[in-house]
Ligand binder design. Structure first.
Ligand SMILES: [Zn+2]
Length: 107
């Protein structure tokens, strides 16, 4: 005779954090209207669109478009470049700075 114990003991955590369902009146989870359409905009990697396979330090004209006027490299979230191309851009710009065809900093 086998007795099966179907009762499962579960120790409920005493200090379980209560879910915060405290929504203030008038508070919307969505961003305010003036910001909403900004999210919809989709960025496409410019180099992928042009089917550029590899970008090297020789493509100075292209690299200049990925730099700010101050000489900074434009971040990926701004330029919209994909990870692969952004890596190549960064590397190429840094090489170019070394051979002084692109500036470190503009004053
Ligand atoms: Zn790309």
């Amino acid at each position: 005779m086998e007795e099966q114990n179907t009762e499962i003991k579960r120790a409920a955590p005493a200090s379980a954090p209560a879910p915060m369902q405290n929504s203030a009146p008038g508070q919307d989870s969505r961003p305010p209207f003036h910001r909403r359409r900004f999210e919809v905009r989709k960025k496409v990697c410019r180099l992928c669109a042009d089917k550029v396979d590899k970008i090297t330090y020789k493509n100075v004209q292209v690299l200049k478009t990925f730099m700010m006027d101050s000489g900074k490299i434009i971040a990926r979230r701004m330029s919209g470049a994909c990870a692969k191309h952004q890596r190549q851009i960064t590397k190429a710009i840094k090489q170019n700075r070394n051979i002084a065809s692109l500036p470190y900093e503009m004053k």
